[in-house]
Design a protein around this ligand. Sequence first.
Ligand code: URA
Ligand code: SF4
Length: 194
Amino acid sequence: MNELELLKKEVDHCTKCVLSKTRTNAVFGEGFRIADIMCVGEGPGYYEDQQGRPFVGKSGQLLDKILDVCGFTRNEHVFIANIVKCRPPNNRDPLPEERETCIPYLYKQIELIKPKIIILLGSTALRCLIDPNARITKVRGEWLEWNDRLVMPTFHPSALLRNEKLKRPAWEDFKKVVAKYRELVNEAHFSNYC
Ligand code: URA
Ligand code: SF4
């Protein structure tokens, strides 16, 4: 078993915070073990909790669609994870102590996967990783840095589902990711838009 698999085992049995009491399955995340791109969401919702997989509900379907247009797949290019690995009851926001207890798992995932680009999906991921006071509407689309890794904050897919008008700016953000991926990883990367 490699280190990432061992970490998954630990998360699957974790009882470090109260979310362990109400979860059906912990959601470690999934994707390529040494992905160049990592997507970070907030936490599992109903379907993720049921299936033990990240982003499989409505937001997940939209995320997959966006990744597909960019020419990225979960198997080859991306690893998808969340700030908290267990579903908060009724999809409430994860509490500060839950985020703080869980975030070392994300740090360890980043250390093992070594992505060149981290896409932060929404305000929780942005605030947790970059700055508790940061505003997604203000910093989205700008390259930031976290521990020598490039970070692109953008809207959470659920925000895009609630507000169609955010789709265009979000698309601009993902185009920047594709351009950066071509620059850093594969000049010949094929996407489905250009
Ligand atoms: N929303 C998230 O933030 N993460 C998931 O895994 C699913 C929905
Ligand atoms: Fe452990 Fe994180 Fe789940 Fe809390 S949310 S029980 S810290 S894996």
